[in-house]
Design a protein around this ligand. Sequence first.
Ligand SMILES: [Zn+2]
Length: 281
Amino acid sequence: MKQETTFRRGKSSPRVDYHCHISMKEYADIDHPTIVTVSKEEFISDLDAAGFDKAVVLSDSRTTPERVAEFVKQAPDRFIGFGYVNPVRRDAAESVLEQKDELGLFGLKLYPTTDGYRPDDYRAFKTYEAAVSLDMPIMLHHAGMPEPHDLLKHSDPAQIDAVASCFPKLRIILAHLGYPRVDETLYVLRKHKNVWADVSWPYGDVNHPSYRFMLWRDLLTALNLGVMDKLVFGTDYPGVRQKFYKELLVSVNKYAPHEDLKIPKEKLEAITSDNIKPLLP
Ligand SMILES: [Zn+2]
């Protein structure tokens, strides 16, 4: 049925992919990760093909905030730039200010697992204070990583619970639904007004179609906890394209074995647009 894959949304809400890269390591073949890079033209054509208005472009240690700022400047009406810091470094808070003022970046991306620190490390608090005072949302990579040295102890939702409790005004977005600690991550969303999660690609076995069932299962947990409106759409582009993932998201109810286990369609639709409003410039 064609209408299954069509989204409706509030007139004033743009449709946004809140989790994209311009160059990333892609793990579809876990033993041979590859680097995927996109041009502005390819990126915009993918957004258009999926009917998306805007995309958040994330920095990391390899794709620097300077490079992301340059990229975003090519189409500022389509791209929203996020910088990057390692918040336990001495110069982090200063760098946050520069990324906002000099590079014009809107938010920040942190990688506690890759950079090897706990999000509730007190040394990171200066970065959180700076982000609050500059009104910058912070996205954390909040999931396992297939690299053996990227430790799961650095993506524990209990640490985010502590940060959100110390910084209630800090807008926090937890990437990848906190996989594999999805239930706890969703509970943190329930507790804290300013914590969201993006539904971008979790790092399970994406070569087996059962990951689609797992997305439905996790969304059902979000529905049960009353946090569907705290979920924002993300793909981990260019690893995953918007059109494919949007269609997958809106068709998850095919896994529901009973009427009571279906996710209301308007709540699935809101993930790509209305839910994202509090996180836009
Ligand atoms: Zn990502």
